[in-house]
Design a protein around this ligand. Sequence first.
Ligand code: 3Y8
Ligand code: NAP
Length: 242
Amino acid sequence: MKVLILGGTTEASALARALAEREIPARFSYAGRVAAPKPQPLPTRVGGFGGIDGLAAFLKAEGITHLIDATHPFAEQMSRHAVAAAEQTGTRLLALTRPPWALQPGDDWQRVDSIEAAVEALAGPPQRVLLAIGRMHLAAFAARPEHHYLLRLIDRPDTPPPLPHHTLTVDRGPFTREGDLALLREHGVERLVCKNAGGAGAAAKLEAARILALPVVMIDRPALPPRREAHTLDEALQWLGH
Ligand code: 3Y8
Ligand code: NAP
């Protein structure tokens, strides 16, 4: 058995620890999105594979028998490539993912189905908005320059985002309720925009928004092709026969 974990989430890191402890032969893979990704207890590769064929070639060359897609629910292209490459090479595939967040009493969500729809949802008088969606999709919000955006990024960007009124906070999760409450209060945030990532690592801002009774524009996750899914580490270990 030789496992490849497509990582980048809290669950992927927990799985990597579990495989390393059990001395199951495994490799870990990052896309290379951030300057210094968290070190993993497994041999780690960083960077794209070069599309479906690149991933298929990697699976064959490395003799991978089990592919676990533990990427983020919004990493749609990687997940589609994993399904296609596993099919092409006859590699067993499991997606280790987390259920979407569900509305709780006291939540004030406006659900949208895309980043563009989230931009549309911000129509109206200027507000102070926390954009907790990372770096890759910030440019879309230049269509609504009237708001003051609080941006939470992992790395300080080389060039400032194309948003005339913004404050940058550089921080990497997992986040805490106290930390996010303080952040929202300190910056007088009136509204949040976030992705329905699920999991615990990014949920703190929702708890803080609930306490402060702030509205949230919640971006639903993209549809993914059918594949075998697990929501817990134990399910993944059972699937591996451990
Ligand atoms: C490079 C690798 C671990 C994994 C930790 C999780 C939790 C903290 C919360 C907010 C939301 C956001 C963002 C976020 C969280 C965890 C998890 C998660 C959201 C790292 C990491 C990599 C990335 C990539 C990065 C994206 C960005 C998204 C920031 C490591 C820290 C907003 C997603 O600057 C960039 O280019 C950032 C790009 C993709 C989304 C975007 O569009 O900008 N994640 N995040 C992975 C790679 O190279 O393969 O260093 O740990 C991982 C984590 N980020 O092991 O503990 O499990 O989700 N990541 C979102 O949820 O909306 C922050 O600010 O409240
Ligand atoms: P994406 O749009 O689905 O993937 C784009 C391309 O990036 C893929 O086709 C692949 O390139 C490469 N890639 C993505 N994940 C990879 C991985 N783990 N290992 C090797 N190559 C990878 O992906 P994304 O949304 O940019 O996410 C990139 C990474 O950040 C993933 O590890 C994901 O788990 C993590 N992350 C993403 C989000 C988010 O909001 N999207 C949030 C938290 C963490 P090739 O086609 O060249 O193989």
